[in-house]
Write a protein that binds this ligand. Structure first.
Ligand code: GLC
Length: 611
């Protein structure tokens, strides 16, 4: 098919629905026509290589659902200095088995007012110290040659106050003021504050910022230097779509839509998850399918499960391709602290009841804090009240409770709601940091066991496992952020430390902590990749083993049965179960019976049926 015909076919497929939704939101045919012209422009500007990728992936739309996908998220500067440094380190990532790299925010953003790069001043410019757009595109090419995918953030809810639009708005140019939420008195801001919760209650209270030089308030849901964009203005939508397509054309495979639930504001509401948000995401999905169908949308929806799943859209009208399994993540850490698997089991039953076509990113840690978004109604039934339970979790993970080996810090500790969140690396939370400090070999072994058990848990879920850079070598908390005045107030930097290449050298030394974690993980990843039972088409259930500290996950395909048995307590525990047939322990290769299996403290088994 000719180039133009391909575009036309894709446009035809979506045109009516796209136009319908656009007109419903904006009632502006001219702006819609402009959008369509630009879709064609971005399509024509897409490189031949990327267009080929589009066609291939259109034929294989399930490509990202295979069990060979393994992601890692990393900060370019922490990992390798700059973009060309990352390219030079691709062989390392390959050796980790990673084929999907999420580059943390790298677009131009003002130093000291960047929210870790989530305050973008220019969507078309890389931070000079990290490199250039050309280097980004070069890195994407290099990744593609190695069969790797590249992911980046698209921060669409807000811009930095240094973005050109914001600067012009501040100067009083009406056209640009209308791209944000400007108010000359506090009357409406006050009304919003009545219903809109706060994202950073301690580090950035309130949802508005007074601009003395402009004589206006501006809406700032996140930090005061992050100005919320006004998507009621079709100019904002169109221009942001052009930015999205521009970035996609640099060779991105996955675009993470940051803070997506927040993008539509309505007085009298919480300004989260409004129906118009879904209209916009649905339009983005169609726009992507028209211009760059090989690009996936990953929604960042850090909310309770009933709010998350709607971002997949419906079968006929899909929205995001992938979402984070955020409640599972928080519930896993809850289970580490309570050693009681009931809540996690309930959570997994919810996840497993969802359609199998939903793809989740499963992870233990990411660049953000852990907000304790748990099912408190259920916990309450079991005698655990929300506020004291959150306090328990935070005390546990900061190592204040006897027997807790975790280390880390609180985040946005709000004295009013007692709603502190938590920061720390996986290894520190598992006890590696405290054991190394105490030079206690036995504790260290236990911490390594727990760390690997949690990773084994993540790796036996359907979807894409996402590692956090440094976790593969058990990197612990980095307290040096306290010496940097730009970072000191934000404890999330405790787990955003520099990747330690000195320690990475020990990854092949099986006697070292780094080696044990790295090799252990590698083995799990290889098993996951080669065994069909980990494919997304498997049926997955929780399986009762009659032990409050042991969770068993069963995966089943036509030919295989798999049991993942995870002991969250520190002692030996028995999984009370009996299954007929022949089985093999996937880690040791030994034959085994599935009958009342004893699992050592903080350990796990992966067992598969043998035909
Ligand atoms: C997302 C990011 C977080 C950032 C926020 C504002 O939640 O993960 O790091 O602070 O968006 O952009």
């Amino acid at each position: 098919m000719r180039k133009d015909e391909i575009f036309q076919k894709r446009l035809d497929r979506h045109h009516d629905e796209l136009r319908w939704l656009y007109m419903e939101l904006y009632q502006n045919g001219d702006m819609f026509a402009e959008l369509c012209d630009n879709l064609y422009r971005f399509y024509s500007e897409r490189s031949a290589g990327l267009r080929k990728r589009d066609v291939q992936r259109e034929k294989d739309p399930e490509w990202f659902k295979r069990n060979d996908m393994l992601g890692m998220m990393l900060y370019i500067d922490n990992f390798a200095g700059n973009l060309s440094g990352v390219e030079a380190k691709l062989p390392y990532l390959e050796s980790c088995g990673v084929n999907c790299i999420h580059l943390m925010p790298f677009l131009d953003s003002p130093k000291g007012r960047s929210d870790g790069g989530y305050a973008v001043a220019d969507f078309r410019k890389v931070k000079p110290e990290l490199g250039t757009m050309e280097e980004l595109a070069h890195l994407a090419d290099a990744c593609h040659e190695k069969g790797m995918n590249l992911c980046m953030d698209f921060v669409m809810n807000h811009t930095s106050e240094d973005h050109e639009w914001a600067r012009r708005a501040r100067r009083g140019e009406g056209e640009y003021m209308s791209r944000y939420f400007f108010f000359d008195t506090d009357e409406i801001p006050k009304k919003y504050e009545e219903t809109v919760p706060q994202v950073f209650p301690t580090t950035a209270p309130g949802n508005f910022t007074w601009l003395p030089d402009a004589g206006h308030y501006v809406m700032t849901t996140f930090y005061p230097y992050q100005w919320d964009l006004n998507y009621r203005n079709p100019r904002v939508f169109n221009e942001m779509m052009y930015n999205f397509l521009f970035l996609a054309n640099q060779g991105m495979d996955i675009i993470r839509i940051d803070a997506v639930p927040y993008i539509w504001k309505e007085l009298g509401t919480q300004c989260r998850n409004l129906p118009q948000v879904h209209t916009i995401v649905r339009m983005m999905r169609m726009i992507g399918e028209i211009v760059c169908p090989s690009v996936l949308l990953l929604g960042e929806v850090v909310m309770e499960p009933e709010k998350v799943a709607p971002y997949f859209g419906t079968v006929e009208k899909p929205e995001c391709h992938m979402l984070y399994n955020v409640t599972t993540m928080a519930t896993i850490w809850n289970t580490v602290a309570t050693k009681d698997v009931r809540l996690l089991r309930k959570q997994m039953d919810i996840v497993y009841a969802l359609p199998k076509k939903y793809t989740f990113l499963n992870y233990l840690r990411c660049h953000d804090d852990i907000g304790w978004g748990l099912d408190y109604e259920t916990l309450k039934e079991w005698g655990m009240e929300e506020i004291p339970h959150k306090r328990f979790l935070n005390d546990y993970f900061t190592g204040k409770i006897p027997g807790s080996v975790s280390r880390g810090e609180l985040y946005n500790d709000d004295p009013v709601t007692c709603d502190a969140r938590f920061c720390g690396t996986t290894a520190s939370m598992c006890g590696v940091e405290s054991a190394e400090f105490e030079k206690d070999e036995e504790k260290l072994e236990d911490a390594i066991r727990l760390d690997l058990m949690l990773h084994a848990y993540i790796l036996c879920q359907s979807g894409i496992p996402m590692l956090y850079s440094g976790d593969e070598i058990g990197q612990v908390n980095d307290y040096s952020y306290k010496d940097d005045p730009d970072k000191a107030a934000d404890s999330r930097y405790i787990h955003r430390g520099r990747f330690c290449w000195e320690l990475e050298k020990k990854r092949d030394d099986k006697e070292s902590m780094q080696g044990k974690i790295f090799q252990g993980l590698k083995r799990l990843e290889e098993i996951r990749k080669t065994e069909d039972v980990f494919g997304s088409s498997a049926e997955v259930y929780t399986y009762d083993v009659h032990n409050a500290s042991v969770l068993c996950i069963m995966r089943r395909t036509e030919s295989d049965r798999f049991f993942g048995i995870f002991n969250f307590s520190g002692r030996d525990e028995t999984a009370w179960m009996k299954e007929d047939g022949k089985f093999i322990n996937l880690l040791t290769g030994e034959k085994t019976a599935v009958e009342n299996i004893v699992v050592p403290g903080h350990s796990f088994c992966w067992i598969k049926s043998q035909v």
